[in-house]
Each structure stands twice: as C-alpha cells, then as structure tokens.
Design a protein. Structure first.
Length: 179
C-alpha cells in the first residue's frame, strides 16, 4: 500500500510511521463525521496518550468545523497530539486551539462557497431548460408495453425486471399503476 505521507524522495516528512499504523479512507466523504468513518474509528481505538496522529491536511479530518474541533479536542484530551503537515502540531495548547478554530472556520467557509456556486450553477442550468438528474431509459408507457410483451411470453416478474434493467419494485409499481 502506498504511504500517503511519502514524497517522491521516499521520506515520510521526518516521521517514522510503521506500515500497520497507516490508515487510508477511500470513497468516504469528508462530510461524514470522523468517528463514523470506519478506518478513522479503527485508528483512534489504537491510539493512547503520547501517540501522535499525522495527517496530510486539516480537511482530511473532516470538513464540518464542529466535528473537526470535537475530534481534535477528543484526541488531545486523551493525550494524543495531531501533526498536520505544513501546519504544525495541535496539542491542546492555547495557540493550537486558536489555530484550529481559525483553520476550521476557513475550511467551512470554503465548503460553503463551493456549495453556493454549485447551487447557483444548477439553478442556471435548470432555468436554461437543461434536464437535471438521471436520464430516462424510456417513457413509462414504452416500458410498460415491453413488460406486458415479456409477461405474455410467461416470463417471471424477476426476469422481466432484469430484462428491462429496472428494479423489481419499480416494475411492480409501474404495472400496478397501469392496471
């Protein structure tokens, strides 16, 4: 497994990190609270007083300001220091608390800006008549007629749904409405 702290030169930014101590989250949104993320929960279970948590960026801990602060407070209260590459160590000191509050606020501000821009773009697309969302496979009437044709061939409900590429519950709902 690739160590996300390693640079091209092969160093770990001055940290000696054992391979079994590297936890990587994949496919999990930063909006999910830290302790609800499987790998992060496993990591924190292993941590004791005197341990250091090394993260590449503050936003790797989360994007919700209150959650990031709560996570760091929880860890520092347990005697764990958090080292954020390029930022420094957050260890429960007054300076670390101030730094954390400022950075978390900036992170939340950036997330809100992105959300605002996304909503504005979607509203503009909608106003321009662009259909948003998943494209339709076919009209309900065409799909219902295909289903009736397959039922006429004595196919089961599951086979008809599979043939049409829709969920069984969708097929049942569609046929109930048309009856």
């Amino acid at each position: 497994m690739h160590n996300p702290l390693s640079t091209e030169s092969g160093t770990d930014h001055g940290y000696l990190i054992e391979k079994d101590r590297v936890y990587v989250e994949r496919g999990v949104s930063g909006k999910v609270h830290a302790l609800q993320r499987e790998q992060f929960a496993k990591l924190t279970e292993r941590m004791d007083s005197g341990d250091s948590l090394v993260v590449t960026k503050l936003d790797r801990l989360g994007r919700d300001m209150l959650d990031v602060i709560a996570t760091i407070r929880d860890l520092t209260d347990r005697g764990v220091s958090i080292s954020i590459l390029g930022l420094g160590t957050l260890d429960g000191s007054p300076q670390a608390k101030l730094t954390l509050a400022l950075l978390a606020a900036i992170s939340e501000y950036e997330r809100d800006l992105i959300s605002e821009r996304t909503k504005a773009k979607l509203a503009k697309l909608k106003a321009d008549g662009v259909r948003l969302g998943r494209p339709l496979k076919t009209t309900d009437e065409e799909l219902r007629q295909k289903a009736e044709s397959l039922f006429a061939q004595n196919m089961s409900w599951r086979k008809v749904a599979a043939e049409l590429g829709i969920a069984l519950s969708t097929l049942q709902r569609m046929m109930r409405v048309s009856a």
